[in-house]
Unconditional design. Structure first.
Length: 242
C-alpha cells in the first residue's frame, strides 16, 4: 500500500488526446507536498506517513505545531494529513512527493468536502417526486409528504429523508482516471469531476478496487531533501568562489 498525496483543486479544463478526442479534466496542484513524520507499529500501533502541503505563516500556528514542523525541518504547512502505508513504502522525512507519483491511465480515489448548498427541500436533497399537481393538493406540491405513522409505532424513524442542510460533507469519489501529470508545474489532471470547490484541498489515493499499475513507482515518486540541500550547498560554494 503506497502513500496518497494532498492536492489543491484549481478548476476544470479539457485536454485533447492523440486521436483528437476532448477529455474533461479536473486540475489538481501539488504544492510542496512533503513528508513530515513516520507513524510506526512500535511507537504508534500502526504504520503511516504524515504529509503536509501548502504554506502558512508561522505566527498563525501554536507553539506545539511550530515545534512539529521544526522537528521535520520543513516550513509550516497549510494542510496536514496521514496516509496508511506498508512498512516497505515509507518515504524519508522531508522528501517532496511529485505528481509522477501517479501514472497516466491509473485509477485513483479522491476524497474532499463537497460544495455547501445550504438548507434544501426534500425534492432537491433526496430527488423526491413531490405531491400531485391537482386533486386536493394545494400549496404544498414540493413537500415531502408523510413523515411517520399513526398510533403504531407512532414515531419518526431515525434517518428519515427530510428537508435539511445539503452539501459540505466529506465524500470519496472512486475509480477516477489520471489522464496527465505535469512535474514541472506540479499539476495532476484527473478525468471527470472531483468533490469540492475551487481552492479546496483533496486527498488522492490509489484506487482500492483496481490493481496498481506495474509501472507505478514504489514507494513513490519524490525529491529527496538531501539532494536539494546538496544543490543549495554547491550553489553557495560557487558564489563564494566567484
Amino acid at each position: 500500500m503506497r502513500s496518497g498525496v494532498i492536492a489543491q483543486k484549481v478548476g476544470m479544463t479539457r485536454i485533447f488526446s492523440e486521436t483528437g478526442e476532448h477529455i474533461p479534466v479536473t486540475v489538481l496542484r501539488m504544492e510542496n507536498c512533503q513528508v513530515l513524520a513516520h507513524m510506526t507499529d512500535d511507537k504508534n500501533g500502526y504504520t503511516a506517513l504524515q504529509l503536509g502541503a501548502g504554506t502558512r505563516k508561522p505566527k498563525r500556528l501554536s507553539k506545539a505545531e511550530r515545534q512539529n514542523f521544526a522537528k521535520a525541518e520543513v516550513e509550516p504547512k497549510r494542510k496536514v494529513a496521514e496516509f496508511r502505508v506498508t512498512p516497505d513504502n515509507l518515504i524519508d522525512v522531508g522528501a517532496q512527493i511529485t505528481p509522477d507519483h501517479y501514472v497516466p491511465g491509473q485509477f485513483v480515489d479522491v476524497t474532499g468536502t463537497t460544495q455547501g448548498k445550504g438548507f434544501q427541500g426534500a425534492m432537491k436533497r433526496w430527488n423526491f417526486g413531490g405531491l400531485r399537481a391537482t386533486h386536493g393538493v394545494s400549496i404544498s406540491h414540493r413537500s415531502h409528504g408523510s413523515t411517520g405513522q399513526r398510533q403504531e409505532p407512532g414515531k419518526v424513524f431515525k434517518g428519515k429523508k427530510m428537508a435539511g442542510h445539503m452539501g459540505a460533507t466529506r465524500i470519496t469519489t472512486q475509480n477516477l482516471i489520471v489522464v496527465k501529470t505535469d512535474v514541472e508545474r506540479g499539476l495532476l489532471m484527473i478525468k471527470g469531476a472531483v468533490p469540492g470547490s475551487k481552492g479546496g484541498w483533496v486527498y488522492v489515493r490509489d484506487a482500492i478496487k483496481h490493481v496498481l499499475p506495474k509501472d507505478a513507482p514504489k514507494p513513490g515518486a519524490f525529491k529527496a531533501r538531501a539532494a536539494s540541500a546538496k544543490t543549495a550547498d554547491e550553489s553557495s560554494s560557487k558564489k563564494e568562489q566567484a
